[in-house]
Design a protein around this ligand. Structure first.
Ligand code: IFM
Length: 449
């Protein structure tokens, strides 16, 4: 689509990062190890043996990084809190673990940028994992304690709180598929982890209300719409299973207070009786929140696979559409469909796109990074978002992933998602063409081309 596409005056333009992916300073200020320190130091788990020990050294460079944000013109910056800085070992609480965030938040306010804090973005303290991690119910109390300390330390200065980033990744991808820390292939532990993550979300929302804090609190889900490869009943059933696995397992408990009944028998077949839902849990998980955050990157197209006796028994079908450097199909209509689905089937709450962006094989040439594919990707997704708003959708903001290149989990530093190029040898930052383009979008409050 071309022509002027104006966004609402109060639309929040932002950019996002996460603690382990950018901070570095892994051994400073008494920080303890997280599951990602352990995982990345385990041979074969992260490409090229990369770790987050130094990452973008943002812990030391936050002042100049905030200046770049101010230059970009974002209204809000989404970052996450490193739990192992605050609870480095069992029974030890380090209030000074919040000092870095206090300094960061002060800088953000100085530049008129609203802080948006994610409480948990995957860096679980290793000592909690040693007790069973997210699959052990005790983690809910540990998380509540961490959230409470965070609200008390930062709550007056942070008006926007996200309890969890992408529970699907922190549970099923990490404890079931095994691609992320702690790297287990155990569906029972994975589904128990998912429940405890959701439960801790609800507990944090309740706590936030009890403390009388004045901002907003919600959760961020990564949602990957599933489409059937054909209109055969088998493929449509495959699509339903994929959707339950990727999306409904998290949306339904939050907005309907129940897990998807159609998928529960399969989960029980692979996990046995989960023995995890206690009286009151579903009420806590579905406690009203203030907004829904969604991270959107791609969709899946699936076909029934009767020969595959696995949890979902489907296989993905490639399409002719272009893909990003992650190999993820670029299909912005899925964002548009998803937004409408959320509105029609789940919630009237404000929605924020808390992550969207593309990995691209960027390089500096003559001092510049021409990342046209990323610009095209973001433009097309903003188009989809704009269409939804025009049709009455309650979409309130967009956080581009990511502000800067960073540690892309199991891919280490080999995938670049940033609109600022980071030279990991020198830590020099170079704004890419997409940075300058996004600045114009923000300045115009919309798309003009
Ligand atoms: O880098 C991640 C981020 O931490 C969570 N959402 C997806 C991004 C790209 O893979």
């Amino acid at each position: 689509m071309t022509g002027k596409r104006q966004f609402p005056d109060d639309f929040i333009w932002g950019a996002a990062t996460a603690s382990y992916q950018i901070e570095g300073a892994a051994n400073e200020g008494g920080r303890g190890p997280s599951i990602w320190d352990t995982f990345s130091k385990t041979p074969g788990k992260v490409l090229l043996g990369h770790t987050g020990d130094v990452a973008c050294d943002h812990f030391h460079r936050y002042e100049s990084d905030v200046k770049l944000m101010a230059d970009l013109g974002i209204k809000s910056y989404r970052f996450s809190l490193a739990w192992p800085r605050v609870m480095p070992e069992k029974g030890r609480y380090l209030e000074s673990g919040f000092d870095f965030y206090k300094r960061l938040i002060e800088q953000l306010h100085k530049h008129g940028i609203t802080p948006a804090a994610t409480i948990y973005h995957w860096d679980l303290p290793q000592w909690i994992e040693d007790e069973g991690g997210w699959s052990n119910r005790a983690v809910v109390d540990y998380y509540k304690e961490f959230a409470e300390q965070a609200f008390k330390a930062l709550g007056d200065d942070v008006p926007f709180w996200i309890t969890h980033n992408e529970p699907w990744c922190a549970s099923l991808l990490s404890y079931g598929i095994g691609e992320h820390a702690p790297g287990l292939k155990d569906w029972r532990r994975a589904y128990r982890a998912a429940h405890h993550i959701l439960l801790s979300h609800g507990e944090a929302v309740k706590l936030y209300r009890e403390l009388g804090l004045k901002g907003q609190i919600g959760i961020t889900l990564n949602l990957t719409p599933a489409y059937p490869a054909s209109d055969s009943p088998e493929d449509i059933a495959a699509q339903q299973r994929q959707d339950a696995f990727s999306n409904r397992w998290f949306l339904d408990p939050i907005f309907k207070g129940e897990y998807p009944a159609d998928f529960m028998p399969r989960v029980e077949r692979f996990c046995g009786d989960l023995n995890v839902i206690q009286p009151g849990d579903m009420e806590t998980i579905s406690v009203p929140q203030d907004f829904l955050g969604i991270n959107f990157y791609t969709r899946s197209v699936v076909k029934d696979d009767p020969a595959d006796d696995s949890l979902i028994s489907v296989h993905g079908v490639p399409t002719d559409n272009p893909v990003t450097d992650m190999g993820w199909e670029i299909y912005p209509d899925a964002l548009y469909d998803l937004l409408h689905r959320l509105k029609n089937e789940y919630t009237d709450l404000p929605i924020y796109i808390t992550e969207n962006g593309a990995a691209n094989a960027d390089a500096i040439v003559n001092g510049e990074v021409e990342d046209t594919p990323r610009i095209d990707y973001v433009r097309q997704h903003l188009d989809a978002a704009h269409r939804f708003i025009q049709e009455g959708g309650n979409l309130k903001g967009y956080y581009l992933w990511s502000l800067m290149d960073n540690f892309e989990w199991a891919f280490g530093y080999t995938k670049r998602f940033g609109i600022i190029y980071v030279d990991y040898e020198t830590q020099v930052r170079t704004p890419k063409a997409s940075f300058h383009w996004y600045r114009q979008v923000i300045e115009n409050n919309g798309l003009t081309d």
